[in-house]
Design a protein around this ligand. Structure first.
Ligand SMILES: [Zn+2]
Length: 312
């Protein structure tokens, strides 16, 4: 494609991704809002009184140290069925987008997706101080499919949309606590201003974080037909595999939106699990509707803690 045409398409795509993220009508926003409501409702409750994730009960130092098997090495015959997977306690998963201080141009709705730097550092410090251990998607997958042990107070941190501050701000903050994360990359934005470069994505991968696919330019999976699967899924997967030198096993739905028709399409392309947002999982396919909550820019560490306990 001619480079100016590419630039125009990319700019349009990013504008549309941004617009959808800040709009007040998107379903993803509804999910984000219900998470906010849940957190508000929970605020004031003593976290100690609330139910904790049952996964925490399986804690051992050993589980902390043991690398999880790669998803492809788990024999299908040994994997639990959908009902068993659905019945396991959910591991809390947080979803972040931008980590930067708010400006006068940020709308009220956008601020759920923009966590100010100090607020982010306070949220991550709270997780460490509260004894949470970050787990990889491979650990999560092994836990869900085989009941493999997880470290004490497991949590997964995920970052969507390739924003540069995920590398410049989140990465050093997480490193302070030896936390690892999952980064869902939208490949159209690679190397553009304010987004991560291919080299930065490779570095994150080399440092023990996991890279997942978040499509080419953030179009809604529910609307894909024919060639869209090639553009939005096949080509970005290939790009990410070339960058990282690793197989890409995990996918995050743009805006958290999915439909069951997407599951076989993703499976036949080699994905083993997919992540949505706060709405209910699909009972027939819980691995392809793993829930996450958006850690809002408005949240204090305490509100985040209450929301984690309440939502999972
Ligand atoms: Zn996104």
């Amino acid at each position: 494609m001619h480079s100016s045409a590419y630039f125009l398409l990319a700019a349009l795509a990013l504008a549309s991704a941004c617009e959808s993220k800040t709009a007040t009508t998107g379903e993803a926003n509804v999910a984000a809002k219900s998470a906010t409501i849940a957190a508000t409702t929970a605020a004031g409750e003593d976290p100690a009184d609330a139910p904790t994730s049952g996964a925490a009960a399986t804690a051992t130092e050993e589980a902390n140290a043991a690398p999880a098997p790669a998803p492809g090495t788990i024999p299908a015959a040994k994997a639990a069925d959908a009902a068993a997977i659905y019945a396991r306690p959910q591991v809390p998963i947080l979803c972040y987008h931008q980590i930067r201080d708010w400006t006068g141009r940020d709308s009220k709705g956008a601020k759920d997706y923009i966590v100010p730097v100090a607020a982010f550092k306070a949220q991550i410090k709270m997780l460490a101080d509260s004894g949470y251990h970050t787990v990889s998607p491979d650990q999560l997958y092994a836990y869900l499919t085989t009941g493999a042990r997880l470290p004490a107070k497991p949590i997964m941190l995920t970052f969507d949309d390739t924003d540069l501050d995920q590398f410049t701000v989140a990465r050093p903050t997480l490193a302070q606590y030896n936390f690892k994360a999952m980064y869902f990359v939208m490949t159209v934005s690679l190397g553009r201003p304010k987004y991560m470069s291919k080299a930065q994505v490779k570095q994150l991968s080399d440092e023990g974080n996991v890279i997942g696919s978040h499509t080419w330019d953030h179009h809604n999976v529910k609307k894909y037909q024919g060639q869209d699967w090639v553009t939005q899924i096949d080509k970005p997967t290939k790009t990410l595999e070339e960058i990282t030198g690793k197989k890409i096993n995990y996918f995050a739905y743009p805006f958290g939106l999915w439909n069951p028709q997407a599951f076989p399409e993703l499976k036949q392309r080699g994905f083993v699990a997919a992540f949505s947002l706060a709405e209910k999982r699909d009972q027939q396919d819980p691995l392809f509707t793993i829930r996450r909550i958006i850690a809002s820019g408005y949240w204090s560490p305490r509100t985040l803690h209450n929301s984690i306990v309440q939502s999972f």
